[in-house]
Design a protein around this ligand. Structure first.
Ligand code: ADP
Length: 391
């Protein structure tokens, strides 16, 4: 439960106590709000008293009578506006002229309740204002979180780029100073290490390029007739050197062709990342099974490995930017922690979804469902698809 502070400013004690009574057990709740709002009421009998209380308490809402004994309600309103307080002001007044209504609206009053008013009129005005306050607060929070996330992203990124640069610079200096003597062969290890760091750096930059492309939004999507099976085969071919190194067998169970309207680059991102992870996080001599299935409504891509697996707790965070699971089994495996977050963004851009099932020590299965792209007449936009399976 959240509480909004209301200040009732009126010289008639009957109005002040009436408002307090009406709002005592009043609560505002909308389905989209994550909590209910109630109200804490304070009272002021004059404009001077109101200004003092506003300075001290900073209420969220002021219910303000215009006809007051000393300074008028409009002056209180002007004072709130001049001090740039974030307060919603509702004018409550009898004999309101059009000029007054225009002036107070111009000065920032959000509503106008003519006296005498019914409890319902007061409540519905407060319901609207509470909704506005809630949305304003949410917007502010999201903006703030967005800034924080961007900052975190940049600091992790600069660290990830700086570390390999420093390492390669260090190795090159060692070569320059001939620290290991004049025999070039003695530097092989340094050269290999440098190449490995540069390779990691290149992958990070490629991931970042994918990410910027995706973050820039839907207009960059170029759906064309794309053979998903061909893309899967190309991804397997690209990863084959790593699979051979780890003696991992890669099987593909798919139709001969599966041509659908998709952005080919995006499908490539999905296959490349899931297959390379399935090899990278596999055991020596393990297996990767890639399956592609399709019906009129959707395409399912499944990448199953017999690798190190992922705990339930880690499964929940692994689709976020820069998340890498650190344990003894992953400590020598390089990566940016961006691959799966990019895959998830691509899948969601295509109105699909991705899930992971995994048992530590036994392996993981990543499943992607993509809805079949629809033509304008509502029919799925697929082309040739036969059902031979190959591995
Ligand atoms: P990375 O570049 O680190 O591989 P990803 O975003 O692709 O980044 O994956 C995030 C983390 O999820 C990885 O660091 C790894 O710990 C874990 N992970 C991803 N795929 C698998 C898999 N198939 N098996 C086990 N762990 C995996």
């Amino acid at each position: 439960m959240a509480t909004l502070k209301i200040l009732v400013v009126d010289d008639e004690p009957g109005i002040r106590s009436g408002v307090t009574r009406i709002l005592r057990n009043f609560k505002v709740d909308y389905p989209f709000m994550d909590e209910m709002y109630d109200f804490e009421i304070t009272e002021a009998a004059t404009g001077e008293e109101a200004i003092e209380q506003i300075d001290r308490e900073q209420p969220d809402i002021v219910l303000l009578d215009n006809k007051l004994p000393g300074i008028q309600g409009v002056t209180v309103l002007e004072d709130i506006r001049n001090k740039k307080y974030d307060i919603f002001v509702v004018m409550i007044t009898s004999y309101a002229s059009l000029e007054l209504a225009i002036k107070v609206t111009h000065d920032g009053a959000v509503d106008f309740i003519p006296k005498p008013f019914t409890p319902q009129e007061l409540k519905s005005s407060l319901e609207t204002i509470t909704k506005q306050i809630y949305l304003k607060r949410m917007a502010r929070k999201m903006k703030h979180e967005g800034k924080q996330i961007r900052f975190q992203f940049l600091s992790v990124l600069s660290h990830e780029l700086k570390a390999p640069l420093n390492a390669v610079e260090g190795y090159l200096n060692m070569v320059k100073e001939r620290q290991l003597g004049t025999n070039l062969n003695d530097y092989n290890d340094l050269i290999d290490r440098s190449l490995k760091r540069l390779h990691g750096m290149r992958n990070l930059i490629l991931d970042l390029l994918d990410l910027t492309k995706i973050e820039s939004g839907v207009p960059s999507q170029r759906p064309i007739n794309t053979d998903l099976v061909e893309i899967a085969r190309n991804a397997i071919d690209t990863m084959m050197p790593f699979a051979i190194q780890k003696e991992v067998t890669v099987n593909l169970d798919a139709p001969e062709k599966l041509v659908l309207m998709f952005d080919a680059d995006e499908i490539e991102i999905i296959f490349n990342n899931l297959i390379s992870n399935a090899i990278k996080y596999n055991h020596q001599g393990g297996t990767v099974d890639i399956t592609l299935q399709h019906d009129d409504h959707q395409t399912m891509i499944s990448v199953k490995d017999t690798g190190i697996g992922i705990s339930q707790e880690d499964q929940e965070r692994l689709f976020k930017d820069f998340v890498r699971i650190k344990n003894t089994q992953t400590k020598n495996i390089t990566g940016s922690g961006l691959g799966l977050s990019i895959v998830k963004k691509v899948v969601e851009l295509n109105q699909g979804r991705i899930t992971v099932e995994s048992q530590p020590g036994q392996g993981s299965t990543f499943n992607v469902w993509l809805p079949a792209p629809q033509a304008k007449d509502g029919k799925p936009l697929s082309a040739t698809s036969t059902t031979t399976s190959q591995s």
